[in-house]
Design a protein around this ligand. Structure first.
Ligand code: M6R
Length: 612
């Protein structure tokens, strides 16, 4: 949540920062702002709205500056407005600061500053922290770095902050706890950002800053220190990412590009791990902890949003193949109650971004109680990946559309491999079934390709129902979480109210909603419960509901009960969710586009939820 960018070096800072903000805009787009330092001091520009609004505002300005910081905001404290936009400038006018995170004890500090005569121009927690730092700087006559260090020792909450001082046209002071920060190392220049996407154009050498570290960044020097002022050795990592991965590549939207990438991303995820012919699954991180996982009395899956839906599918798969009890928890609930976690319990944390604050804190909580943490994460080097004992990357590449699509199917691919591997080694999955499921899994990329060929047909269905005010999504078994995911996609992208439900639960209440106006999407691919789902379809039809069904080829009954049918290739029920979700992603996409919405940046949302 919130994207931050910084640059110090020989280039003009403004274009580097502007381009970086555009790449990070998926993290929040309530306002954008830039602070540049030059011989005139601080030059700060900020505007409510997307980065393009700021760009227009700055169009005719020619500011010669080689250092600056930029911010794209997802509002927490204070409505989206020019005055709440970052960067904020301290009361003395000496320091500009941007912030990603939430300062939890800001109101106490604000009271103290108000007593000292400080006034505030914004409603943000950020301005409070900034004036707190400025106050320390002035009282102690210390360096900015020291003032930041002293201030942060009192701060409760999450932050990644970048600061520049009007009298220092070389140095950016940065610090993080809980919100991400990557520093790119160029030749005589440094780039700072919330993720690597603004950096890869310039350098592939990066340092991921750790929690409680402060970075003192000059064009040709990077010093890392902890809050105790001890120097830390920067650990330089090589980025394994290409520019093409963060560009639209001819598609109208990142979301569509990412939906269409799925045959490749699922393949990449399986590549080098699954050998269906030999019947082997090689996963180093899982192998290392295989005994603990196999003998775990219980597995708890922790995640949010779409990743939580992947966790629900995994619950079904793991219980079926490994016979280990699984619980799936919303990270935000888990972290605030007093959950019973025993030593030896295995926690599987699922996250695309690897930065979701609720998931991260939930992991720490479970770790304290002796659990083994297995991270299933997409973003390499992210906080959750680093906080986990072991795990497996999903290798889906950067996901930029705010609505998660390819990350979901990659998560399912990894989780299925984990379950099959553990089940086979444990002996709860016999060789024949294991070999069969490995083969089924290996065929998913090609089958996903076939599903994508239905795009035009799905678009027609989307145009037919785009004005419906409500949708229901129903499924049973492995397809129940897919129904939840379909409903979430529609809500996010088209702002249509949608609910996902287990199809059999309809009769316990929600069937009262069914009218001749209500589209009901059935995820009804062939599985153990297929006949039951067909009965549920009958129940909807009998009440004149509109049935849109996603079915398996060869199904001759469901079409007779459906107004519209989307037919996908046959696959075992364990792997079918990777296919049945694709039409639902496309349906949401086309409805959102038809309604004229910005599907890559839906209102009120941000890609990476680094606040609780
Ligand atoms: O990065 P994560 O997978 O941890 O994110 C979890 C959710 O915030 C995320 O899935 C969110 O629900 C998406 N907007 C869904 O499309």
């Amino acid at each position: 949540m919130c994207g931050i960018v910084g640059y110090t070096g020989p280039r003009q800072a403004y274009p580097v920062i502007l381009k970086g903000l555009k790449r990070l805009e998926y993290r929040g787009y309530d306002s954008a702002g830039i602070a540049l330092v030059n011989s005139d001091g601080l030059n700060v520009y900020k505007k409510k709205g997307k980065v393009a609004v700021l760009e227009e505002e700055m169009e005719n300005l020619h500011i010669n500056s080689h250092i600056g910081i930029g911010h794209t905001r997802w509002a927490t404290h204070g409505e989206p407005s020019d005055r709440n936009a970052h960067p904020h400038v301290s009361q003395s006018g000496n320091i500009a600061m941007i912030h990603n995170g939430i300062i939890e004890n800001y109101s106490q500090i604000k009271k103290e500053l108000l007593k000292k005569g400080y006034t505030f121009k914004s409603d943000t927690d950020t301005e409070v922290l900034l004036n707190f730092i400025d106050d320390i700087l002035q009282k102690n006559e210390c360096t900015l770095e020291e003032a930041v260090r002293i201030a942060l020792r009192r701060i409760v909450g999450a932050y990644c902050i970048l600061l520049v001082h009007k009298d220092d046209p070389e140095t950016i002071i940065a610090a993080r706890k809980g919100s991400p920060l990557v520093i790119g190392i160029g030749k005589g220049e440094h780039f700072l950002a919330s993720d690597a996407s603004p950096i890869i154009e310039y350098t592939k050498e990066v340092v991921y800053v750790n929690d409680y570290e402060i970075a003192i960044v000059k064009p040709d020097e990077l010093i890392l220190k902890n809050l105790g002022n001890d120097k830390q050795t920067p650990f330089i990592t090589k980025l394994n990412m290409e520019m093409a991965a963060i560009e639209k590549g001819g598609y109208d939207h990142f979301m569509l590009k990412e939906i269409f990438e799925q045959p490749t991303t699922i393949y990449d995820c399986l590549r080098g791990r699954l050998d269906a012919e030999q019947g082997t699954i090689v996963m180093g991180g899982i192998q290392k902890y295989a005994d603990q996982i196999m003998n775990a009395p219980r597995i708890i899956i922790i995640a949010c949003g779409t990743s939580w839906h992947a966790g629900l599918v995994a619950e079904y798969i793991i219980e079926e193949t490994c016979r280990i009890p699984v619980e799936v928890e919303y990270a935000s609930e888990f972290r605030y109650r007093n959950p019973v976690v025993h030593k030896g319990d295995v926690i599987i944390a699922i996250s695309q971004s690897g930065e979701t604050a609720d998931t991260l804190v939930a992991i720490e909580k479970a770790k304290e109680q002796g659990a083994v943490i297995v991270g299933i994460v997409n973003v390499v080097g992210s906080s959750i990946a680093r906080a986990s004992h072991t795990g497996s990357y999903t290798h889906a590449g950067p996901e930029i559309g705010v609505a998660s699509t390819k990350a979901f199917t990659a998560q399912l691919a990894v989780l299925t491999m984990v379950a099959l591997k553990i089940g086979y080694e444990k002996g709860t999955l016999n060789k024949e079934r294991f070999m069969y499921l490995c083969k089924e899994l290996s065929e998913i990329p090609a089958k996903a390709e076939q599903v994508l060929k239905l795009d035009d047909h799905i678009k027609e269905i989307a145009l037919k129902y785009k004005d419906a005010p409500d949708f229901l999504y129903l499924g049973r078994g492995y397809n129940f979480p897919v129904a939840l995911e379909g409903a979430l996609k529609l809500k996010e992208i088209s702002y249509i109210h949608a609910e996902g439900y287990p199809a059999a639960e309809m009769k316990h209440g929600p069937i009262a909603l069914v009218t001749s106006e209500l589209p009901v999407v059935f995820v009804a691919t062939k599985d153990a419960y297929h006949e039951k789902v067909v009965s549920n379809m009958q129940e909807i039809k009998a009440r004149k509901g509109i049935v849109i069904s996603v079915i398996t080829e060869g199904d001759t009954v469901s079409p007779t009960l459906s107004n519209d049918v989307i037919t996908i290739p046959a696959a075992d029920e364990i792997v079918a969710p990777m296919l049945s979700v694709i039409p639902l992603q496309l349906l949401a996409y086309h409805i959102g586009v038809a309604k004229g919405y910005d599907v890559d940046k839906p209102r009120n949302l941000a890609k990476s939820v680094t606040v609780e």
